[in-house]
Design a protein around this ligand. Sequence first.
Ligand code: GUN
Length: 292
Amino acid sequence: MQLLNGKQTAETLKAQIAEQVDELRARGGKIPHLAAVLVGSDGASETYVNNKVLACERVGFKSTLIRLDSDVSEDALLAEINKLNQNADIDGFIVQLPLPEHINETRVTLAIDPAKDVDGFCPANVGRLCLGLPTFVSATPNGIMELLRHHNIETEGKHCVVIGRSNIVGTPMSLLMSRNTNPGNSTVTLVHSRTKDMAAICRSADILIVAIGKAEFVGADMVKDGAVVIDVGITRLPDANTKSGYRLAGDVDFAAVKDKCSWITPVPGGVGPMTIVSLLQNTLKAQTLRQQ
Ligand code: GUN
């Protein structure tokens, strides 16, 4: 078994982005500027957004964090989005999800200027992805594609099973893997909570991508010998044997599965760091496209 080392890959790609920013600075170009909108103070969202802002600093981007109270009205959030759309210094921005119940997520993503939608969440960009047109691909699926590319994982003609049909990961992932690209050209099956005999379908997967949000859901009975396993999940599980009182678990039972795999992503240090790199890549791309 070999590890798909997201942490190390992300460091390499971040160093490349930092070099491009240095070149931009040297020739007096515009420094990429990412803004993030955080509504409320959900612990996980707070951590994710802080990591995104820190990553911007590491590669030399400008970043702006806009915090709004959890009871902010939808109209006030839309007004904030409109300001970011109009702000010429902002190249791209994200609105961290999930949003409080009283805010309509679709209305929010529809309000984002597609040229600044570096999360690739707005309907125009999702539609472009479906049609195979240039777009911003959302960060997690894009990060997984980069991880496969970086490790030269053969995907053409392989059976790729994606577990989970979320808008953010499962659905775009299944599209990307079925594309005529490298990586890509896989035969894709998307399985979900209503799938019959999921374990048997997963056992036929050469590449298994798990984005279901249930800790250690995938056990050895769901993995074929020699499979490539990509674990998108990250959950805190109570663990009295650790100093912190918890441990981080993926959607895959790593200990049970690892010896069956040819490649597997660790959690943490697999998909997570790649997600942030993708957001940085999309921001740099937005900046480049806006200067043309
Ligand atoms: N919530 C979970 N993942 C993401 C992401 O990639 N972007 C945003 N905006 N919110 C998220």
